[in-house]
Design a protein around this ligand. Structure first.
Ligand code: NAD
Length: 516
């Protein structure tokens, strides 16, 4: 069992493979002084990194992309060892996702970050433009479920924008911090461009309380609230990528085979430890039984366990030891209130690591925790509903709003329902992949947070917009600089009328003072 990632002494955190219990290594728990020192290094690094041209920064990130692609097998292996997820899954969802984001940034950042002229309105004698400048040193705090890509996405985006970064990876997967440091060092990045600090919540809090210029946080809503409160004191800007309780709506006309396969994939990938996994399913009565039958059959075929060399598993371990307890509580609560376990429902007693059987529940309703709170585990609760209207109402009955999906053969209906769902991303006949499209902004509404990663909006999170105004004529003075003539009020009122009255006749009349 992974007792890992607990603070075994005051000074270090041990990390174990949650699928086997093997000890992998340890990292120091850094205190406030050490965090301050790393922030200072990043501050120093900022001087040289921000002075590079954008194309030079992107060229260096291209080198990093090349290293990640070259070393993808070993990087995926190291991530898989610390998370217990299948290596092929680690490769695609963590390494490929990061390479693709860097490639997207290299192609799109010059257009997004280019200075732009803007109109000057009634001030025709001015020239104005806006330009983007880096924020400074960015603190990135990341979770354990995708420890590599959810660290790298904000890191490489912040770097592209000209910032330097101090990263605090999760204490559950601290060695991934070393994987990231190794990649940066192979790609030749100098000290101070990316600094990694290790430790648990206290180290994260020290980073928030340091002099960083911005915090990018990905994690639970509860921690997000604490960080937001702490950042208020110093007015440190924050981006919050928080939890979710994603609904999936299966319409009566859906392709049931695809919908069932999609539910199983999006509910059980990464053992359900995905912020945008399917956490609840709504199915109208006429197709409910057939849908459940297909989901259960597919679920029973899944291969779960530690990856022992041949790569033939579909589902790995629960990454954080505490998460398996939450999943058990949610299933017990649901069963206690009348839900039925169609398959799974318990932790795997036959395996040494932390595994929870992929579980399908029916007979669920919104009084149950499983339909209201984030479970973050391999459980698919399927609720029978009267019709699509009821499904939409229940899907929106949540404080979260990360992603949602609707499954139908009718594209127009799919788009109509998608528009009614309250979420940062909505997918039609698919789930999860919104995050995989790195040109598409990703983030939440409500308790799922604010701010975006990916896309132009994700890059613009990491810059200050600076506005420039330049006078064009160079007159000795301007008419409204303490006008020395009589009755300036009347003159300005006539000009105002000329500029802004709705009808042309009124505009001409106001110039002569006769429009009242
Ligand atoms: P968590 O909130 O427990 O921890 C996240 C990070 O915050 C860790 O590095 C932790 O050490 C740090 N931290 C804890 N207390 C802190 C404090 N007081 N100050 C500063 N830092 C502190 O989250 P987790 O359990 O690691 O991750 C799972 C959660 O993350 C789930 O809720 C999931 O939905 C969410 N998540 C969201 C997204 C997204 O993009 N919206 C992506 C992945 C995960």
């Amino acid at each position: 069992m992974k007792e890992a990632a607990e603070e075994t002494t005051q000074a270090t955190i041990q990390s174990r493979n949650p699928a086997t219990g093997d000890l992998l290594g340890d990292v120091p728990v850094m205190d406030e002084a050490e965090v301050r020192q790393r922030v200072q290094r990043a501050r120093k690094g900022f001087e040289s990194w921000s002075a590079l041209t954008l194309s030079e920064r992107l060229r260096r990130l291209g080198r990093l992309q090349d290293v990640l692609a070259r070393d993808s097998r070993s990087i995926a292996g190291r991530i898989a060892a610390e998370t217990g997820k299948p290596r092929h899954e680690a490769l695609v969802t963590e390494v490929t996702a990061t390479c693709d984001l860097i490639r997207t940034l290299r192609r799109t950042a010059p257009g997004i970050l280019r200075a732009r002229p803007v109109g000057t309105g009634f001030l025709k004698t001015k020239r104005a433009w806006k330009a983007y400048e880096p924020v400074g040193v960015v603190g990135v705090i990341s979770p354990w479920n995708y420890p590599f890509t959810l660290s790298m996405a904000p890191v490489v985006t912040a770097l592209a924008a000209g910032n330097t970064v101090v990263l605090k990876p999760s204490e559950v997967t601290p060695l991934v911090g070393q994987v990231i440091e190794d990649a940066f060092s192979s790609a030749g990045f100098p000290e101070g461009t990316l600094e990694v600090v290790t430790g648990a919540g206290g180290t994260g809090a020290a980073l928030v309380g340091s002099s960083v210029d911005m915090i990018h946080f990905t994690g639970s809503t509860a921690t997000g609230r604490r960080i937001l409160a702490a950042a208020a004191d110093s007015l440190t800007p924050v981006v919050m990528e928080l939890g979710g309780k994603d609904p999936m709506i299966v319409c009566e006309d859906a392709d049931l085979e695809r919908a069932a396969n999609g539910a199983v994939w999006a509910g059980f990938s990464n053992s359900g430890q995905i912020c945008m996994s399917v956490e609840r399913v709504y199915v109208p009565s006429p197709i409910h039984d057939e849908f459940v039958e297909r989901v259960v059959a597919r679920t029973r075929e899944l291969r779960q366990g530690p990856e022992l060399g041949d790569g033939n598993i579909d589902i790995g371990a629960m990454i954080a030891p505490s998460q398996i307890g939450i999943v058990e509580e949610h299933v017990e609560d649901a069963v206690g209130r009348g839900a039925r376990v169609e398959t799974g429902g318990v932790r795997r007693g036959d395996l040494a690591g932390d595994f929870f059987e992929p579980t399908v529940l029916t007979g669920v309703d919104h009084d149950m925790r499983i339909m209201r709170e984030e479970t973050f585990g391999p459980v698919l609760p399927i609720m029978r509903v009267r019709d699509e209207r009821e499904a939409i109402r229940l899907a929106n009955d949540t404080p979260y709003g990360l992603t949602a999906s609707v499954w139908t053969r009718d594209k127009a209906k799919g788009r109509r329902i998608a528009a009614e769902l309250r979420a940062g991303s909505v997918l039609i006949n698919d789930h999860i992949t919104a995050y995989g499209i790195t040109e598409l902004p990703f983030g939440g509404v409500g308790d799922s947070g604010f701010g975006r990663v990916h896309g132009p909006e994700g890059l613009l999170e990491f810059v200050e917009v600076k506005s420039y105004v330049e006078d064009r004529l160079g007159l000795p003075s301007e008419p409204f600089w303490f006008p020395g003539f009589d009755d300036p009020l009347e003159l300005f009122a006539r000009i105002n009328g000329f500029l802004y009255r709705a009808r042309w006749t009124d505009r001409i009349r106001s110039l002569f003072g006769s429009d009242r």
